[in-house]
Design a protein around this ligand. Sequence first.
Ligand SMILES: Cc1ncc(COP(=O)(O)O)c(C=O)c1O
Length: 472
Amino acid sequence: MTPDEFRKHAHVLVEWMAGYMENVESYPVKSLVKPGEIFARIPENPPAHPESFESLMKDFDDILMPGISHWQSPNFFAYFPANTSPSSILAEMIIATLGAQCMIWETSPAAAELEEKMMIWLREMIGLPPEFEGVIQDSASTATLAAILTAREKVTNYSINTNGAEHAGTLKVYCSEQTHSSVEKAVKISGIGRKNIVKIPVRDDFSIDPEQLKEAIINDKRKGQIPCCVVATIGTTGTTAVDPLKRIGEICNEYGIWLHVDAAMAGTALILPEFQWMLDGREYIDSFVFNPHKWMFTNFDCTAYFVKDAGALIKTFEILPEYLKTRTRGKVNDYRDWGVPLGRRFRALKLWCVIRTYGTEGLRGKVRDHINIALRLSEMISGENDFEILAPVIISVVCFRYAPAGYSNDQINVLNEKLNHQLNDSGKIYLSHTILKDKYTLRMVTAQTNLTFSHVERAWDLIKNSARNLKL
Ligand SMILES: Cc1ncc(COP(=O)(O)O)c(C=O)c1O
């Protein structure tokens, strides 16, 4: 493709992109295809000869688009937000065009220095103390793995990196029953071993019980085991419960344990002064992760990972082959030493574009709107006798169920599961679920970039009417 041909196709594509943004609500929110349907329509073999971009786009529309679920639809209320925004998409176009590998400062100084500055902007925006340094990772799962590996190395005096785990003793990692599965995955693959994750029971509001955490730590120490890391969550995946950071921090401080905080989605709410309470106890945190690629209008991938002792992180990950030795080493940030991958995309550019085009006040306004919409939705749900709210509404997730009188819990579970599938199969809205205290729970996330209250009002009417017409 010559630059002129590229120019022609890119203009057409930009029209397609803008049209998609305008018309995203006209698609079924959740893809309605059956397993194997798309696969069967893709030719067995790759083409031997070049095909036109036009034919490719036609197949994209005809074959692939039916198999896309529309996360950018304001009628998408499932899982968590994976928000894009026009400025983030434009940045992504520049990133792809430059195709720069930002592994070390020298391979793109602007990328390294913009990343350093964006992490300072974000740190100030969310209220982490100034001693924290940040790095962009691809996902919260990767950042949590980095935290657990660093905690592992710190508690064993960096011996597992050198000698392997054979004589290291039994390390323990603590989190709550409601913690995201990425923590268990990290413990499993870090060599600590899945059986050494300790899941602490939660209180009525689904936050960790810190006194049971303390008891578990004391018990393990008595057995000669080594408490290595506690993972606290600000905004659990199921209900956005907030673990009591201060008390957890005091316990970690007393026993010399690394405290990692997973704020994957809810971290964005910290840009609001009225949500700074979630960070009470910040002085005890060793590492902290949140995902601008969830709720901060920065398209996937863009995870902000902060550490208090960047030296410990670097010592855990650095490796220096001859071809990566530079004259600037030690004077600049070579981010390849701050995590697993060597190759790194220029993700800081997305943050730069998003923060500059919205402004911090613009971002605060949108996030505040989402939280207010969740509160208004929960009031509407509470106002109906045959529905109930199942968890405190803290930020932008509402957990509820249809609970008509005269049915057992098992029957109500069946009704709600049916309701969830029926709503999602309608293509009109998309919800997801969790189980809370044996109750099948519908979750509605009100944090999509273009969400307005009228989307939620329409969705709520649909949910109510569908529920009341259900048969067991
Ligand atoms: C609390 C929490 N932590 C971690 C994750 C995983 O995020 P990522 O996909 O960036 O690994 C999620 C995803 O939903 C989450 O809700």
